[in-house]
Design a binder for this molecule. Structure first.
Ligand code: ADP
Length: 257
């Protein structure tokens, strides 16, 4: 699967990276990191070379969600070697600093820029950026450091989350980054005994979003307790259950970027 566009970092550090895909949400807890992880591993399953950068300095998720082959970070030639899991190259502030980050916005933005641009990503088809929630300092700094190829927005079916995703769509439009997909996470739950689908948080708004904003792809991801269990165990869901319906949904998402 070849990237559809070429991105280059404005510092030259990511010049051998094909497409940089931002996974964004305005709210925390909607499943953004879960989406970023499963998108990255779906792209890798399709044969692409992939990097995954956890851009959340305050609350890094990657160290919990993906258990690397070796947890030891190596500093080489003024750079940092990414950790790996099944060939996917990984970087997170949580790998280089185990204590929590207590710092102001501009410092965080500097720290993130340094981490992103000193990581030796090498040649990649895709770099998936798991952005922190919101539309603030960090997102704007990142847009100055790298040319993002496309954005994927993660939301839940509630109206409140819909209102927020519109803010994210607006921000990426202003940054001239095309929004290519909306993920409505926790869209329904299928009862294991009856097979009946329950839309626990109501009927979502993804079709309204895709029509109003001209977004090519929208997918609905179910509530699946094993998504949560796999994350907690450090194994991406699409790696543990490659034949599942949910893995097929993530594969469709991977085809959209
Ligand atoms: P965010 O990055 O938006 O803060 P996370 O990806 O960390 O959100 O997800 C928050 C929590 O919800 C995690 O415990 C995760 O495992 C769980 N979760 C996310 N998506 C689903 C889903 N579709 N079904 C079940 N649990 C989910």
């Amino acid at each position: 699967q070849a990237p559809k566009a070429v991105s280059q970092s404005k510092t030259g550090a990511l010049d051998r990276v094909g497409a940089i895909i931002a996974v964004a949400s305005c709210k925390g807890g909607v499943g953004k990191s879960t989406t970023a992880v499963n998108l990255a591993f779906s792209l890798a399953a399709a044969g692409a070379s992939v990097g995954l950068m956890d851009a959340d300095i305050y609350g890094p998720s990657l160290p919990t969600m993906v258990k690397p082959d070796s947890p030891q970070v190596e500093f080489v030639d003024g750079g940092i070697k990414p950790l790996t899991c099944r060939g996917v190259r990984l970087m997170s502030f949580g790998y280089v600093n185990e204590s929590s980050a207590i710092m102001r916005g501009p410092m965080v933005a500097n720290m993130l820029t340094q981490l992103l641009t000193t990581t030796q990503w090498g040649e990649l088809d895709y770099l998936v950026l798991d952005l922190p929630p919101g539309t603030g300092d960090i997102q704007l700094t990142l847009s100055q450091v790298v040319s993002m190829t496309a954005a994927v927005h993660v939301t839940t079916p509630q109206l409140l989350s819909f209102v927020d995703v519109v803010k994210g769509l607006d921000m990426f439009a202003k940054l001239n980054v095309p929004s290519v997909a909306v993920v409505e996470n926790m869209a329904y739950f299928t009862a294991p005994d009856t097979g009946v689908r329950h839309e626990l948080f109501g009927r979502g708004h993804r079709h309204r979003l895709t029509t109003a904003f001209g977004i090519a792809t929208s997918v609905a991801v179910p509530i699946d307790p094993s998504l949560c269990e796999r994350s907690d165990a450090g194994v991406p869901y699409v790696v543990a259950f490659p034949e599942s319906e949910t893995a097929a949904i993530y594969a469709e998402l991977a085809g959209s970027v």
